[in-house]
Design a protein around this ligand. Structure first.
Ligand SMILES: C[S@@+](CC[C@H](N)C(=O)[O-])C[C@H]1O[C@@H](n2cnc3c(N)ncnc32)[C@H](O)[C@@H]1O
Length: 388
């Protein structure tokens, strides 16, 4: 078993009803599946791609999903007559081994953008270990696009609550944090202030590195106020089959990522804008950085705006917490740690959860009044290590 990702079943349902996305995936699968095809569905969720693969005649489909949602997929497989043609693996793809590589690997491990958690590492690993030579990857590639947008409404949460209120309070301390965060939006085509620029292509047939960096430059073609960057992707699932998340296209589940500017910038025709945008995977999440420089039309020495922004600066963090994570911090023993150490010392591959819980109650009667309480604690702790 692997780690549950926390999507609720209702969210998997929303993914299934995202028609342009599912229609495109269905067409790509249908095109890739022939007699004898073996498919791996990475991140199967409630199994939509596995069921489609089965319907299109795949001999064998491996549905891979760490979340408990896989139980629903299992039931649906029975309900759709897929029986032993879909095999379920409740784990991460990176832990999966198969005796025979697959002809097709299908997945959608993206968030708002494909730069999401360990998506790229998981696909690169699956391509290397689980895909037969000449096999098909769905999606084949994603192209990322960036544009400056004029969107006062989208910008409001970055200014209004922090810079003015009717109570005479100074709330400005929140603003430097919030302008260093991004969020999902649904931008409109008319909000684009400049033509979109291509930022990066993620070619899943060759990609190795999860980090992306690139500079974008524009010459403003009209007057307007730049509030931030919209970032989105176009997916190519197979040749000629895909979908676009561009503002103005039919709305998809992904939307666009909105990166606010530190302050809105009034642009005149001919102004030069350059943005260095980078995304670096750190532990389980991306740290984003967007450095913006705007110079006046015809006068590069006149800098109208210069911002350095990063999600690194977006979360409040106390000095105390920083200290507690520092190299020289000496942690003191606390009872909670002793309890967990005691539980882990009893994990020997022979002792049941119930026995461990009984020993826990015996050792810490003040902390665990009832066996059930101890059992829940032990089960939660053990689950953290399951599948690692
Ligand atoms: C966005 S959902 C997609 C669900 C379904 N395939 C769809 O497209 O409607 C992504 C799923 O991938 C799973 N997941 C993420 N990384 C994974 C990995 N390396 N191996 C297997 N599943 C993974 C998550 O638990 C989540 O359920």
């Amino acid at each position: 078993m692997g780690k549950a990702t926390g999507y609720r079943i209702i969210s998997y349902g929303e993914m299934v009803t995202d028609r342009p996305r599912i229609d495109a995936y269905a067409r790509a699968l249908q095109q890739a599946i022939g007699t004898g095809t073996v498919v791996i569905d990475i991140g199967a969720g409630t199994g939509i791609f596995s069921l489609l693969a089965c319907q299109y005649g795949a001999t064998q489909t491996h549905a891979v999903e760490p979340d408990e949602a896989i139980e629903v997929a299992r039931t649906m497989s029975g309900a759709n007559g897929c029986g032993d043609r879909v095999e379920f693996h409740q784990t991460l793809s990176t832990k999966l081994t198969l005796s025979r590589p697959a002809d097709v690997i299908v997945s959608d491990l993206r968030g708002v953008l494909p730069l999401f958690q360990h998506h790229i590492g998981a696909i690169a690993d699956a391509r290397r270990r689980l895909l037969a030579p000449g096999g098909v990857l769905i999606p084949a590639r994603d192209r990322l696009w960036v544009a400056l947008i004029e969107a006062p409404k989208l910008y409001r949460p970055y200014a209004e609550p922090w810079l003015r209120n009717d109570y005479g309070l100074d709330l400005s301390a929140g603003q430097p944090l919030v302008v260093n965060t991004w969020r999902k939006v649904n931008a409109k085509a008319e909000e684009l202030l400049v033509p979109p620029q291509h930022w990066a292509t993620l070619d899943y047939y060759s990609i190795e590195q999860p980090d992306v960096a690139g500079e974008l430059t524009w010459t403003a073609e009209r007057t307007g106020t730049a509030h931030g960057l919209a970032v989105w992707f176009d997916a190519e699932l197979a040749e000629g089959i895909g979908f676009s998340n561009a503002p103005g296209e039919p709305e998809l589940i992904y939307g666009q990522a909105f990166f606010p500017l530190q302050e809105p910038v009034a642009l005149s025709e001919g102004d030069q804008v350059s943005v260095m945008l980078r995304a670096d995977l750190v532990d389980d999440d991306y740290v984003w950085r967007w450095d913006t420089r705007v110079t006046a039309a015809g006068d590069p020495s006149h800098v109208k705006a210069k911002f350095r922004q990063s999600t690194f600066y977006g979360a409040p963090i106390s000095l105390e917490k920083l200290k507690r994570r520092g190299d020289s911090f000496v942690p003191q023993p606390v009872e909670a740690a002793e309890i967990d150490r005691f539980v882990l010392s009893l994990v020997d591959g022979r002792t049941s959860l119930g026995e461990i819980a009984s020993r826990l109650v015996g050792r810490y009667p003040q902390r665990f009044a009832r066996q059930q309480e101890a059992l829940t604690h032990v089960a939660d702790l053990i689950e953290r290590y399951a599948g690692r």
